[in-house]
Ligand binder design. Structure first.
Ligand code: UDP
Length: 372
């Protein structure tokens, strides 16, 4: 019996489980990745202008979990960046998620005062209300407001991002960005947040930097699957593992069009959303994250598209009933496999943030070490 573990994929899920197996159990681990780099979709690199580029779109670390925070800080320090998002709503640049500051930016102040009072009659200060919940208003002014927020922030953005309306997509998706009865403009109120000082790639490189971990890039699961492994941890898409025997799980993909501009800054914030206009969803300006100094700036316009194998990358599982049912079939098959574990956004077919991917791997490790 081999004593070696195989970890397929070197994003946060794969890197966490590999690190724990090697560090805590002293076991041998082979980590493979079909890409030419580690770190999966968290991959970042410094370009010729010294700007840290998030190749697969903005990644801002945030978590409520002290356990995750303590774990990840073994490998990196974070700056004190707190993510805020601006949105252009019919020409007005304002705050997203919709909050009291947004209210005063988009409406004349007398009307905004009236709406604020009515909102505080119905909801508690600091309440977070998912848009589909927010739409259920009796008062005419609040009904008007809810429809405004729905249409100007959610409707067209969600159609661009998911190809379906906010009412068709799973509630959990739009609930990520609830209306916030507050003047706090931050995108997340999690206690711990920031950007790794030397980037995500460096962080993951450190997680994998142990003598008993071997990393092989440009290597797919098919290249090694007949090897003899003690356990397999698969962070690729679960349908691909089973050769799509029940059919393909759908994903949304994203295309980032990079532009370099000869100016200090292109926009006033790291991310500006364009919910109502244009065919891209948002523009990222990367130098904000680590406060990179350069007389140039790099932006990425984000275009959403469907995932097609061989053409683009998987980014977002699409939690429709049909996909959930299909996933369950693969999950049932997965349960019957001995010592093969699925994890990560693609392995679990779950819209995890980075901290949730790490937590899942930490918990899986605890489960395995408890039973073994
Ligand atoms: N969303 C929206 N308008 C916005 C921002 C978000 O409609 O301006 C909706 C959209 O459906 C999106 C979801 O909220 O997919 C989650 O947004 P988030 O910013 O968390 O997405 P991510 O950064 O993970 O792509």
């Amino acid at each position: 019996m081999s004593e070696k573990n195989l970890v397929v994929g070197s994003g946060f899920s794969g890197a966490t489980i590999a690190n724990l197996l090697a560090d805590k159990l002293g076991e041998e681990v082979l980590v493979i990745d079909k890409k030419s780099h580690i770190a999966g979709n968290c991959f970042d690199y410094r370009d010729e202008n010294g700007i840290m580029i998030h190749k697969y779109g903005s990644h801002v670390f945030h978590t409520k979990s002290e356990k995750v925070w303590n774990y990840i800080r073994q490998f990196t320090d974070f700056n004190t960046y707190m993510h805020k998002v601006l949105g252009v709503l019919n020409g007005i640049e304002t705050h997203i998620p919709f909050n009291f500051n947004t209210l005063y930016d988009v409406f004349p102040s007398t009307f905004a005062v009236k709406l604020e009072e009515k909102l505080l009659d119905v909801f508690q200060l600091n309440a977070k209300v998912p848009i589909l919940e927010f739409l259920k208003q009796d008062d005419d002014d609040l009904k008007f407001l809810a429809n405004y927020v729905y249409e100007k922030i959610f409707l067209y953005y969600t159609i661009k991002q998911w190809g379906i309306t906010p009412k068709e997509v799973d509630d959990a998706v739009t609930s990520r960005i609830p209306v916030y009865l507050s003047k706090d403009n931050r995108y997340s109120q999690d206690r711990f947040q920031g950007i790794p000082l030397e980037g995500y790639t460096k962080t993951i490189e450190r997680m994998l930097d142990l003598p008993n971990i071997e990393v092989r890039l440009n290597t797919s699961y098919n290249d090694v699957k007949y090897g003899n492994f003690k356990r397999i941890f698969y962070t690729g898409s679960i349908d691909e593992f089973f050769d799509y025997k029940y059919g393909q799980l759908q994903y949304r993909s994203v295309n980032f069009k990079l532009e370099t501009h000869n100016m200090e800054h292109y926009q006033s914030n790291a991310v500006v959303n364009y919910p109502c206009n244009y065919d891209f969803t948002r523009i990222h300006e990367y130098k904000y994250y680590l406060n990179d100094r350069s007389d140039k700036t790099v932006i990425a316009k984000e275009y959403s598209e469907s995932f097609e194998p061989g053409k683009n990358e998987r980014y977002y599982p699409i939690p429709t009933n049909e996909n959930t049912e299909l996933y369950k079939k693969y999950f049932e098959d997965a349960k019957s496999l001995h010592n093969v574990y699925f994890l990560g956004r693609l392995g679990d077919y779950m819209y995890y943030d980075m901290d949730k991917a790490i937590l899942r791997a930490l918990e899986l490790f605890e489960e395995i070490t408890k039973t073994n």
